[in-house]
Design a protein around this ligand. Structure first.
Ligand code: HEM
Length: 431
Protein backbone atom coordinates (compact mmCIF):
# COMPACT_ATOMS: atom_id res chain seq x y z
CA UNK A 1 0.00 0.00 0.00
CA UNK A 2 1.21 3.53 -0.74
CA UNK A 3 0.19 7.08 0.08
CA UNK A 4 0.82 7.16 3.80
CA UNK A 5 4.19 7.92 5.36
CA UNK A 6 6.26 4.96 6.44
CA UNK A 7 6.33 3.72 10.02
CA UNK A 8 9.51 5.60 11.03
CA UNK A 9 7.68 8.89 10.74
CA UNK A 10 5.07 7.87 13.28
CA UNK A 11 5.16 10.77 15.73
CA UNK A 12 3.78 8.68 18.54
CA UNK A 13 6.49 6.05 18.31
CA UNK A 14 9.87 7.27 17.19
CA UNK A 15 11.15 3.97 15.75
CA UNK A 16 9.49 1.02 14.08
CA UNK A 17 11.96 -1.55 15.30
CA UNK A 18 12.18 -3.48 18.51
CA UNK A 19 15.12 -1.38 19.58
CA UNK A 20 14.64 0.73 22.70
CA UNK A 21 13.87 4.28 21.64
CA UNK A 22 14.48 7.69 23.03
CA UNK A 23 11.67 10.07 23.76
CA UNK A 24 11.74 13.64 22.49
CA UNK A 25 12.21 14.86 26.06
CA UNK A 26 15.05 12.48 26.72
CA UNK A 27 18.04 14.31 25.30
CA UNK A 28 21.40 12.51 25.16
CA UNK A 29 22.78 14.90 27.76
CA UNK A 30 20.54 13.13 30.28
CA UNK A 31 22.60 9.97 29.99
CA UNK A 32 22.74 8.00 33.22
CA UNK A 33 25.78 8.74 35.31
CA UNK A 34 25.09 7.24 38.70
CA UNK A 35 24.06 3.88 40.04
CA UNK A 36 20.68 3.45 41.77
CA UNK A 37 22.24 2.94 45.17
CA UNK A 38 24.29 6.11 44.86
CA UNK A 39 21.43 8.31 43.67
CA UNK A 40 18.11 6.83 44.74
CA UNK A 41 15.97 9.92 44.23
CA UNK A 42 17.06 11.62 40.98
CA UNK A 43 19.77 13.38 39.10
CA UNK A 44 18.88 17.00 38.42
CA UNK A 45 18.32 16.45 34.71
CA UNK A 46 15.88 13.60 35.14
CA UNK A 47 12.29 14.83 35.02
CA UNK A 48 9.27 12.58 34.99
CA UNK A 49 6.07 14.50 34.30
CA UNK A 50 3.19 12.15 33.50
CA UNK A 51 1.17 15.02 32.00
CA UNK A 52 3.82 16.02 29.49
CA UNK A 53 2.52 14.97 26.06
CA UNK A 54 5.95 14.02 24.74
CA UNK A 55 6.60 11.80 27.77
CA UNK A 56 3.13 10.33 27.36
CA UNK A 57 3.92 9.46 23.74
CA UNK A 58 6.94 7.44 24.79
CA UNK A 59 7.51 7.18 28.56
CA UNK A 60 9.71 4.09 28.33
CA UNK A 61 13.14 5.74 28.11
CA UNK A 62 12.23 7.88 31.12
CA UNK A 63 11.03 4.78 32.99
CA UNK A 64 14.33 3.04 32.21
CA UNK A 65 16.24 5.97 33.63
CA UNK A 66 14.03 6.07 36.70
CA UNK A 67 14.70 2.39 37.37
CA UNK A 68 18.43 2.95 36.98
CA UNK A 69 18.98 6.39 38.46
CA UNK A 70 16.02 7.20 40.68
CA UNK A 71 13.88 4.17 41.57
CA UNK A 72 12.38 6.30 44.32
CA UNK A 73 11.81 9.48 42.36
CA UNK A 74 10.62 12.84 43.66
CA UNK A 75 8.85 15.46 41.54
CA UNK A 76 8.66 18.56 43.73
CA UNK A 77 6.84 20.69 41.17
CA UNK A 78 3.90 18.30 40.94
CA UNK A 79 4.27 17.04 44.51
CA UNK A 80 4.58 13.27 44.10
CA UNK A 81 6.97 10.37 44.54
CA UNK A 82 7.21 7.58 41.97
CA UNK A 83 8.35 3.98 42.42
CA UNK A 84 9.74 2.56 39.18
CA UNK A 85 11.05 -0.92 39.98
CA UNK A 86 8.95 -4.05 39.83
CA UNK A 87 9.72 -5.29 43.36
CA UNK A 88 9.03 -1.90 44.97
CA UNK A 89 5.76 -1.45 43.07
CA UNK A 90 4.62 -4.96 43.94
CA UNK A 91 5.47 -4.49 47.59
CA UNK A 92 3.50 -1.24 47.73
CA UNK A 93 0.47 -2.83 46.03
CA UNK A 94 0.50 -5.52 48.72
CA UNK A 95 0.70 -3.05 51.60
CA UNK A 96 -2.61 -1.13 51.58
CA UNK A 97 -2.17 -0.23 55.26
CA UNK A 98 0.80 1.95 54.30
CA UNK A 99 -0.07 2.79 50.69
CA UNK A 100 -3.75 3.60 50.96
CA UNK A 101 -6.27 4.29 48.20
CA UNK A 102 -8.89 6.33 50.03
CA UNK A 103 -7.43 9.69 48.93
CA UNK A 104 -7.63 8.66 45.28
CA UNK A 105 -5.58 6.58 42.86
CA UNK A 106 -4.49 9.40 40.57
CA UNK A 107 -2.66 12.65 41.27
CA UNK A 108 -5.89 14.56 40.79
CA UNK A 109 -8.36 15.07 43.63
CA UNK A 110 -10.37 11.90 44.15
CA UNK A 111 -13.92 11.50 42.94
CA UNK A 112 -16.45 12.23 45.67
CA UNK A 113 -18.25 9.00 44.74
CA UNK A 114 -17.74 5.91 46.94
CA UNK A 115 -15.78 3.95 44.31
CA UNK A 116 -14.34 0.54 45.07
CA UNK A 117 -11.02 1.73 43.70
CA UNK A 118 -10.76 4.43 46.35
CA UNK A 119 -11.78 2.33 49.33
CA UNK A 120 -9.53 0.73 51.93
CA UNK A 121 -10.31 -2.26 54.13
CA UNK A 122 -12.65 -3.04 55.76
CA UNK A 123 -15.08 -1.10 53.52
CA UNK A 124 -13.25 -2.29 50.41
CA UNK A 125 -13.41 -5.92 51.54
CA UNK A 126 -17.20 -5.78 51.93
CA UNK A 127 -17.88 -4.00 48.65
CA UNK A 128 -15.47 -6.16 46.68
CA UNK A 129 -17.26 -9.26 47.95
CA UNK A 130 -20.55 -7.87 46.58
CA UNK A 131 -19.02 -7.29 43.17
CA UNK A 132 -17.12 -10.55 43.07
CA UNK A 133 -20.47 -12.32 43.52
CA UNK A 134 -21.91 -10.46 40.52
CA UNK A 135 -18.82 -10.47 38.36
CA UNK A 136 -18.16 -14.20 38.27
CA UNK A 137 -16.03 -16.10 35.74
CA UNK A 138 -19.28 -17.73 34.65
CA UNK A 139 -20.91 -14.38 33.90
CA UNK A 140 -17.85 -13.33 31.91
CA UNK A 141 -17.84 -16.63 29.98
CA UNK A 142 -21.55 -16.19 29.30
CA UNK A 143 -20.72 -12.87 27.63
CA UNK A 144 -18.56 -14.52 24.96
CA UNK A 145 -21.37 -14.91 22.39
CA UNK A 146 -22.29 -11.24 22.92
CA UNK A 147 -18.66 -10.24 22.49
CA UNK A 148 -18.32 -12.25 19.28
CA UNK A 149 -21.63 -10.98 17.86
CA UNK A 150 -20.73 -7.37 18.72
CA UNK A 151 -17.31 -7.68 17.14
CA UNK A 152 -18.83 -9.24 14.00
CA UNK A 153 -21.45 -6.49 13.81
CA UNK A 154 -18.88 -3.69 13.72
CA UNK A 155 -16.54 -5.51 11.37
CA UNK A 156 -19.44 -6.20 9.03
CA UNK A 157 -19.88 -2.46 8.64
CA UNK A 158 -16.31 -2.30 7.34
CA UNK A 159 -16.86 -5.02 4.77
CA UNK A 160 -17.22 -2.64 1.81
CA UNK A 161 -14.52 -0.15 2.74
CA UNK A 162 -10.76 -0.37 3.03
CA UNK A 163 -10.07 2.29 5.66
CA UNK A 164 -11.52 3.58 8.91
CA UNK A 165 -10.67 5.11 12.24
CA UNK A 166 -10.08 1.93 14.19
CA UNK A 167 -10.77 3.56 17.56
CA UNK A 168 -14.03 5.26 16.57
CA UNK A 169 -15.31 2.42 14.40
CA UNK A 170 -14.29 -0.62 16.39
CA UNK A 171 -12.02 -0.48 19.48
CA UNK A 172 -14.16 2.13 21.20
CA UNK A 173 -17.40 0.35 20.46
CA UNK A 174 -16.82 -3.26 21.45
CA UNK A 175 -15.92 -2.84 25.18
CA UNK A 176 -18.60 -0.23 25.72
CA UNK A 177 -21.29 -2.38 24.17
CA UNK A 178 -20.17 -5.42 26.15
CA UNK A 179 -20.00 -3.78 29.58
CA UNK A 180 -23.22 -1.91 28.87
CA UNK A 181 -24.96 -5.14 27.87
CA UNK A 182 -23.61 -6.82 30.99
CA UNK A 183 -25.02 -4.03 33.14
CA UNK A 184 -28.31 -3.89 31.27
CA UNK A 185 -27.90 -0.45 29.58
CA UNK A 186 -30.16 -0.10 26.48
CA UNK A 187 -28.20 -0.28 23.23
CA UNK A 188 -29.47 3.11 22.06
CA UNK A 189 -27.53 4.80 24.90
CA UNK A 190 -24.13 3.18 24.37
CA UNK A 191 -22.66 5.84 22.06
CA UNK A 192 -23.71 8.70 24.31
CA UNK A 193 -22.16 7.07 27.36
CA UNK A 194 -18.95 6.49 25.47
CA UNK A 195 -18.55 10.11 24.48
CA UNK A 196 -19.06 11.20 28.10
CA UNK A 197 -16.42 8.75 29.32
CA UNK A 198 -13.98 9.84 26.61
CA UNK A 199 -14.35 13.44 27.74
CA UNK A 200 -13.70 12.44 31.35
CA UNK A 201 -10.24 11.02 30.84
CA UNK A 202 -8.89 13.53 28.32
CA UNK A 203 -6.39 16.08 29.73
CA UNK A 204 -4.96 19.23 28.20
CA UNK A 205 -1.21 19.17 27.63
CA UNK A 206 0.60 19.91 30.90
CA UNK A 207 -2.60 20.35 32.88
CA UNK A 208 -3.58 17.54 35.25
CA UNK A 209 -7.06 18.93 35.88
CA UNK A 210 -10.21 17.37 34.52
CA UNK A 211 -11.45 19.54 31.67
CA UNK A 212 -14.86 21.31 31.82
CA UNK A 213 -16.09 18.80 29.22
CA UNK A 214 -14.86 16.01 31.50
CA UNK A 215 -16.75 17.39 34.49
CA UNK A 216 -19.84 17.68 32.34
CA UNK A 217 -19.36 14.10 31.15
CA UNK A 218 -19.04 12.75 34.71
CA UNK A 219 -22.15 14.62 35.79
CA UNK A 220 -24.14 13.27 32.86
CA UNK A 221 -23.03 9.69 33.50
CA UNK A 222 -23.99 10.00 37.15
CA UNK A 223 -27.41 11.36 36.24
CA UNK A 224 -27.90 8.70 33.60
CA UNK A 225 -27.28 5.88 36.08
CA UNK A 226 -29.33 7.56 38.80
CA UNK A 227 -32.30 7.44 36.43
CA UNK A 228 -31.57 3.87 35.34
CA UNK A 229 -31.21 2.63 38.93
CA UNK A 230 -34.49 4.30 39.92
CA UNK A 231 -36.20 2.56 37.00
CA UNK A 232 -34.66 -0.86 37.71
CA UNK A 233 -35.36 -0.87 41.45
CA UNK A 234 -38.95 -1.68 40.62
CA UNK A 235 -38.17 -3.90 37.62
CA UNK A 236 -34.71 -5.45 38.03
CA UNK A 237 -33.29 -7.29 35.03
CA UNK A 238 -31.34 -10.52 34.85
CA UNK A 239 -28.08 -8.62 34.46
CA UNK A 240 -25.18 -7.28 36.53
CA UNK A 241 -27.19 -4.27 37.66
CA UNK A 242 -29.95 -6.65 38.81
CA UNK A 243 -27.39 -8.65 40.81
CA UNK A 244 -26.00 -5.50 42.42
CA UNK A 245 -29.49 -4.29 43.31
CA UNK A 246 -30.24 -7.64 44.96
CA UNK A 247 -26.93 -7.72 46.88
CA UNK A 248 -26.71 -7.02 50.60
CA UNK A 249 -23.90 -5.70 52.76
CA UNK A 250 -24.28 -6.50 56.47
CA UNK A 251 -27.88 -7.55 55.78
CA UNK A 252 -28.83 -4.28 54.05
CA UNK A 253 -29.26 -3.61 50.31
CA UNK A 254 -26.89 -1.04 48.80
CA UNK A 255 -28.25 2.50 48.68
CA UNK A 256 -28.62 4.38 45.39
CA UNK A 257 -25.34 6.25 45.84
CA UNK A 258 -23.36 3.00 46.09
CA UNK A 259 -25.21 1.27 43.25
CA UNK A 260 -24.78 4.26 40.93
CA UNK A 261 -21.12 4.51 41.90
CA UNK A 262 -20.55 0.85 41.00
CA UNK A 263 -22.20 1.36 37.59
CA UNK A 264 -20.06 4.43 37.10
CA UNK A 265 -16.91 2.49 37.94
CA UNK A 266 -17.77 -0.36 35.58
CA UNK A 267 -18.47 1.96 32.70
CA UNK A 268 -15.23 3.85 33.21
CA UNK A 269 -13.02 0.87 34.09
CA UNK A 270 -14.56 -1.51 31.57
CA UNK A 271 -14.59 0.82 28.62
CA UNK A 272 -11.49 2.99 28.34
CA UNK A 273 -8.87 0.51 29.39
CA UNK A 274 -9.97 -2.27 27.06
CA UNK A 275 -10.55 0.12 24.14
CA UNK A 276 -7.03 1.39 24.59
CA UNK A 277 -5.53 -2.08 24.98
CA UNK A 278 -7.00 -3.31 21.68
CA UNK A 279 -5.69 -0.18 19.95
CA UNK A 280 -2.26 -0.62 21.55
CA UNK A 281 -2.14 -4.22 20.33
CA UNK A 282 -2.97 -3.20 16.75
CA UNK A 283 -0.36 -0.46 16.94
CA UNK A 284 2.31 -2.85 18.23
CA UNK A 285 1.48 -5.43 15.57
CA UNK A 286 1.73 -2.79 12.87
CA UNK A 287 5.08 -1.64 14.19
CA UNK A 288 6.30 -5.24 14.30
CA UNK A 289 5.21 -6.94 11.07
CA UNK A 290 7.36 -9.96 11.88
CA UNK A 291 5.35 -10.51 15.07
CA UNK A 292 2.08 -9.99 13.22
CA UNK A 293 3.17 -12.59 10.66
CA UNK A 294 3.74 -15.06 13.51
CA UNK A 295 0.15 -14.57 14.63
CA UNK A 296 -1.10 -15.23 11.11
CA UNK A 297 0.96 -18.40 10.99
CA UNK A 298 -0.25 -19.54 14.38
CA UNK A 299 -3.47 -17.87 15.62
CA UNK A 300 -3.25 -19.91 18.82
CA UNK A 301 -0.65 -17.32 19.89
CA UNK A 302 -3.25 -14.55 20.10
CA UNK A 303 -3.84 -15.04 23.84
CA UNK A 304 -0.07 -14.77 24.38
CA UNK A 305 0.03 -11.62 22.25
CA UNK A 306 -2.60 -10.09 24.54
CA UNK A 307 -0.39 -10.77 27.58
CA UNK A 308 2.64 -9.29 25.86
CA UNK A 309 0.63 -6.20 24.90
CA UNK A 310 -0.42 -5.84 28.53
CA UNK A 311 3.20 -6.05 29.59
CA UNK A 312 4.62 -3.79 26.88
CA UNK A 313 1.85 -1.24 26.47
CA UNK A 314 -0.67 -1.77 29.24
CA UNK A 315 -3.45 0.77 29.14
CA UNK A 316 -3.09 1.64 32.84
CA UNK A 317 0.45 2.92 33.26
CA UNK A 318 0.29 3.93 36.90
CA UNK A 319 -1.84 4.03 40.03
CA UNK A 320 -1.38 6.43 42.92
CA UNK A 321 -1.44 5.79 46.65
CA UNK A 322 -1.16 8.03 49.72
CA UNK A 323 1.19 7.19 52.57
CA UNK A 324 -0.41 6.61 55.96
CA UNK A 325 2.98 6.96 57.73
CA UNK A 326 6.56 7.95 57.04
CA UNK A 327 7.95 5.22 54.81
CA UNK A 328 11.49 4.43 53.72
CA UNK A 329 12.25 2.68 50.43
CA UNK A 330 15.84 2.11 49.28
CA UNK A 331 17.08 4.53 51.91
CA UNK A 332 14.74 7.35 50.85
CA UNK A 333 12.15 8.47 53.40
CA UNK A 334 8.78 9.65 52.12
CA UNK A 335 6.48 11.48 54.52
CA UNK A 336 3.05 10.55 55.80
CA UNK A 337 0.42 12.08 53.51
CA UNK A 338 2.69 12.10 50.45
CA UNK A 339 1.34 10.83 47.12
CA UNK A 340 3.24 7.95 45.53
CA UNK A 341 2.82 6.88 41.91
CA UNK A 342 3.30 3.16 41.36
CA UNK A 343 4.57 2.92 37.80
CA UNK A 344 3.05 -0.31 36.50
CA UNK A 345 4.28 0.45 32.98
CA UNK A 346 7.84 0.75 34.23
CA UNK A 347 7.62 -2.34 36.46
CA UNK A 348 6.50 -4.32 33.41
CA UNK A 349 9.71 -3.41 31.62
CA UNK A 350 12.02 -4.04 34.55
CA UNK A 351 15.14 -5.79 33.29
CA UNK A 352 15.51 -7.59 36.61
CA UNK A 353 12.26 -9.45 35.87
CA UNK A 354 11.96 -9.64 32.07
CA UNK A 355 14.70 -10.52 29.58
CA UNK A 356 15.25 -7.88 26.94
CA UNK A 357 12.19 -6.03 28.27
CA UNK A 358 11.93 -3.37 25.55
CA UNK A 359 11.24 -6.00 22.88
CA UNK A 360 7.70 -6.94 21.85
CA UNK A 361 7.64 -10.71 21.40
CA UNK A 362 4.18 -12.15 20.87
CA UNK A 363 4.93 -15.51 22.49
CA UNK A 364 7.05 -14.24 25.36
CA UNK A 365 4.42 -15.46 27.85
CA UNK A 366 5.50 -12.97 30.47
CA UNK A 367 4.97 -14.21 33.98
CA UNK A 368 4.81 -11.53 36.60
CA UNK A 369 3.52 -8.55 34.64
CA UNK A 370 1.30 -6.34 36.77
CA UNK A 371 -0.73 -4.54 34.12
CA UNK A 372 -3.90 -5.35 36.10
CA UNK A 373 -2.37 -4.30 39.42
CA UNK A 374 -1.93 -6.80 42.25
CA UNK A 375 -3.11 -7.38 45.77
CA UNK A 376 -6.52 -6.43 47.14
CA UNK A 377 -7.36 -4.01 44.29
CA UNK A 378 -6.27 -6.32 41.47
CA UNK A 379 -8.49 -5.70 38.47
CA UNK A 380 -11.86 -7.34 38.81
CA UNK A 381 -12.38 -7.20 35.04
CA UNK A 382 -9.10 -8.84 34.02
CA UNK A 383 -10.72 -12.02 32.66
CA UNK A 384 -13.22 -9.97 30.72
CA UNK A 385 -10.58 -7.65 29.29
CA UNK A 386 -8.42 -10.61 28.26
CA UNK A 387 -11.29 -12.40 26.53
CA UNK A 388 -12.52 -9.29 24.77
CA UNK A 389 -9.06 -8.34 23.52
CA UNK A 390 -8.41 -11.90 22.32
CA UNK A 391 -11.68 -11.95 20.37
CA UNK A 392 -10.93 -8.52 18.93
CA UNK A 393 -7.48 -9.53 17.73
CA UNK A 394 -8.68 -12.83 16.29
CA UNK A 395 -11.34 -10.98 14.29
CA UNK A 396 -9.22 -8.00 13.30
CA UNK A 397 -6.40 -10.13 11.97
CA UNK A 398 -8.88 -11.79 9.62
CA UNK A 399 -10.89 -8.69 8.69
CA UNK A 400 -7.97 -6.29 8.33
CA UNK A 401 -5.11 -8.34 6.93
CA UNK A 402 -1.98 -6.27 6.21
CA UNK A 403 -3.37 -3.33 8.21
CA UNK A 404 -1.45 -0.10 7.74
CA UNK A 405 -1.78 2.79 10.17
CA UNK A 406 -1.47 6.41 9.10
CA UNK A 407 1.32 7.75 11.33
CA UNK A 408 0.26 11.35 10.67
CA UNK A 409 -3.27 10.66 11.76
CA UNK A 410 -2.51 8.80 14.99
CA UNK A 411 -3.68 10.79 18.00
CA UNK A 412 -2.68 9.76 21.48
CA UNK A 413 -4.97 10.54 24.37
CA UNK A 414 -3.34 12.91 26.76
CA UNK A 415 -3.92 11.37 30.16
CA UNK A 416 -1.64 10.97 33.14
CA UNK A 417 -2.26 7.26 33.56
CA UNK A 418 -4.18 5.82 30.59
CA UNK A 419 -2.04 4.85 27.61
CA UNK A 420 -3.67 4.61 24.21
CA UNK A 421 -5.02 6.34 21.16
CA UNK A 422 -7.98 8.63 20.55
CA UNK A 423 -7.73 8.19 16.78
CA UNK A 424 -6.07 5.50 14.68
CA UNK A 425 -6.57 5.83 10.91
CA UNK A 426 -6.07 2.42 9.35
CA UNK A 427 -6.44 0.86 5.94
CA UNK A 428 -6.09 -2.59 4.50
CA UNK A 429 -6.55 -4.61 1.36
CA UNK A 430 -10.22 -5.33 0.86
CA UNK A 431 -11.20 -8.99 0.83
C1 HEM B 1 -7.08 -3.81 29.61
C2 HEM B 1 -8.05 -3.57 30.42
C3 HEM B 1 -7.88 -3.23 31.88
C4 HEM B 1 -6.78 -2.82 32.57
C5 HEM B 1 -5.37 -2.57 32.06
C6 HEM B 1 -7.21 -2.64 33.95
C7 HEM B 1 -6.37 -2.25 34.97
C8 HEM B 1 -6.73 -2.19 36.29
C9 HEM B 1 -5.83 -1.91 37.38
C10 HEM B 1 -4.35 -1.61 37.23
C11 HEM B 1 -6.55 -1.94 38.54
C12 HEM B 1 -6.00 -1.75 39.95
C13 HEM B 1 -6.14 -0.33 40.43
C14 HEM B 1 -5.45 -0.09 41.74
O1 HEM B 1 -4.68 -0.93 42.21
O2 HEM B 1 -5.64 1.00 42.32
C15 HEM B 1 -7.92 -2.23 38.17
C16 HEM B 1 -8.96 -2.32 39.06
C17 HEM B 1 -10.26 -2.52 38.68
N1 HEM B 1 -10.71 -2.84 37.42
FE1 HEM B 1 -9.62 -2.98 35.76
N2 HEM B 1 -8.53 -2.92 34.03
C18 HEM B 1 -8.99 -3.31 32.80
C19 HEM B 1 -10.26 -3.70 32.45
C20 HEM B 1 -11.31 -3.76 33.32
C21 HEM B 1 -12.65 -4.18 32.99
C22 HEM B 1 -13.08 -4.69 31.62
C23 HEM B 1 -13.39 -4.04 34.12
C24 HEM B 1 -14.85 -4.33 34.35
C25 HEM B 1 -15.74 -4.46 33.48
C26 HEM B 1 -12.53 -3.57 35.17
C27 HEM B 1 -12.93 -3.31 36.46
C28 HEM B 1 -12.08 -2.99 37.49
C29 HEM B 1 -12.52 -2.77 38.85
C30 HEM B 1 -13.96 -2.84 39.35
C31 HEM B 1 -11.38 -2.47 39.61
C32 HEM B 1 -11.33 -2.12 41.08
C33 HEM B 1 -10.96 -3.31 41.92
C34 HEM B 1 -10.78 -2.93 43.38
O3 HEM B 1 -10.55 -1.77 43.70
O4 HEM B 1 -10.88 -3.84 44.21
N3 HEM B 1 -11.28 -3.40 34.65
N4 HEM B 1 -7.99 -2.39 36.79
Amino acid sequence: MTGWPDRPEDPAVPAPTDAPTESPTDAPTNAPTESPTEAPTASASLVYDPYDAATGADPFPVYARLRREAPVYRNDALGFWALARHDDVLEALHDPDTYCSRHGITLEPRSPLPLLLTMDPPEHTRMRAVLARGFTPRRVADMEPTMRATSAKYLDRLRDVDSCDLIADYCGKLPMDVISAMLGVPEADHAQLRSWTDAMIEREDGNPDVTPAGIEGATRIYQYFSDLVAERRSAPGDDLLGTILAAEVDGEPLDDLHVVSLCFLFIIAGNETTTKLIGNAMHLLWRHPDQRARLYDDPSLVADAVEETLRCEGSTQQVARTLTCDTTVRGVTMAEGDKVLLLLGSANRDEDVFDDPERFVVDRRPTGHIAFGHGIHVCLGAAMARLETRIALEDLLVALPDHELDPDGLVRINSGNVRGFAAMPVRWTRR
